[in-house]
Design a protein around this ligand. Structure first.
Ligand SMILES: Cc1ncc(COP(=O)(O)O)c(C=O)c1O
Length: 368
């Protein structure tokens, strides 16, 4: 990221401009102005109509909770029905489960095909008169598959059902346009788009009813009590601004690097399979199943490669990823799966080094 971006974050909150945006004095007003700018920048990134549709949160986990619990309970405090998918991030699955455990809700988790795609007809088939919310992630964090949200919105909107999407992974690729997708709520995370960690936002389409999930202050129009994290919000805004003003949009470059890495590994290690949708997936996502290996052992032998075996949030649980098993991988195949991420700063040299055959000794030794 640029020096300008770093200077902006340091100045606001950490150095000279440390005011509380709720304070009426000059320092507070300066902080409030900085937040207004950031809110405008995030509004532009997602294609929202106006700044009032953006509520800052501590990240996508909190945004998902505010969306799922806040929207469902605003419509029906008890006994409603919600629909989600089997491949959601745990933050959505946990928020849905909370509605079941504490608010008498019923929950339907719709399955996906072998590419990780949800079929809109499968969503339509499980709706009932009590359904208040459908939550379908835009892009999956493990296999990158993108969902057909616009087609799902055509099903939910006429029935007055709120449509939420966890867009933590897609917003940074410039793929999120809330108007085009027809979603009512969208969760964002700044660190997924080169912004700071611990900050995110929920897009709330004007007119969508939401019950606040934390009380005790009127910040964020009463929807998220607590003093805003000014430096993180400013950093989030600056990172989104870099994306919307990119002279050369990076997704095409990232996709071509990803394809180069994919082709090199497939040619080097026969039997390797690519997970996720062949075309409709995040440009920087590469999830590979390398038969005959234990991915965690392989990663221990590749300290220079920042890959992972599943969702970073699952790491350490020892359980195979719920996403990989949902697309039909066996437990052994899931354990033999690596996720490589290609980002804005990845170079062709990085790709060539990562793909070098000697770096996959276990797979080669496995006679592949
Ligand atoms: C799809 C998705 N949703 C939610 C989250 C959680 O985001 P945060 O770390 O900002 O709470 C992540 C982070 O890994 C994610 O990939």
């Amino acid at each position: 990221m640029s020096g300008r971006y770093e200077r902006t974050c340091v100045t606001h909150g950490f150095a000279s401009e440390y005011g509380n945006p709720s304070s009426p004095h000059i320092c507070g007003r300066t902080a409030a102005r900085a937040i207004r700018t950031a809110r405008r920048q995030v509004t532009d990134l997602v294609g929202a109509k106006n700044e009032l549709e953006i509520v800052f949160t501590s990240g996508a986990t909190e945004a998902n909770h505010l969306a799922v619990l806040g929207a469902a309970l605003a419509v029906r405090p008890h006994g409603g029905h919600i629909v989600t998918t089997v491949i959601e991030h745990k933050a959505v699955l946990a928020a849905c489960q909370r509605l079941v455990d504490h608010h008498g809700y019923t929950l339907t988790r719709v399955g996906v095909d072998a590419h990780g795609r949800v079929h809109p007809a499968d969503i339509a088939a499980v709706l009932n008169p009590n359904t208040v919310l459908v939550s379908v992630m835009h892009a999956n964090n493990e296999i990158g598959t993108l969902q057909r949200l616009a087609a799902i919105a055509e099903i939910t909107a006429p029935r007055g059902i709120v449509l939420h999407t966890d867009a933590a992974q897609s917003a940074g690729c410039g793929l999120l346009d809330v108007a085009e997708l027809g979603v009512d709520l969208a969760s964002l995370s700044a660190h997924k788009l080169h912004g700071p960690k611990g900050i995110g936002a929920l897009y709330i389409r004007g007119g969508t009813r939401i019950t606040a999930q934390q009380a005790g202050g009127g910040q964020e129009r009463g929807l998220r009590a607590g003093t805003p994290n000014v430096p993180a919000i400013v950093g989030f805004g600056a990172a989104t601004h870099l994306i919307t003003t990119d002279a050369v949009p990076p997704p095409a470059r990232i996709r071509s690097l990803r394809d180069r890495l994919q082709d090199r590994i497939l040619a080097t290690i026969p039997g390797t399979t690519v997970n996720g949708h062949p075309h409709r997936r995040l440009p920087g996502n590469l999830s590979l199943t390398l038969p005959g290996i234990e991915a965690t052992d392989l990663l221990d032998r590749l300290p220079g490669i920042a890959a992972s075996t599943g969702s970073a949030c699952n790491t350490g649980s020892g359980e195979p990823s719920h996403v990989l098993t949902a697309i039909g991988l066996t437990r052994d195949q899931a354990r033999a799966t690596l996720r490589l991420g290609i980002g804005r700063t990845t170079t062709a040299t990085d790709i060539d080094q990562a793909a070098h055959a000697e770096r996959f000794p276990e797979a080669r030794r496995g006679g592949l």
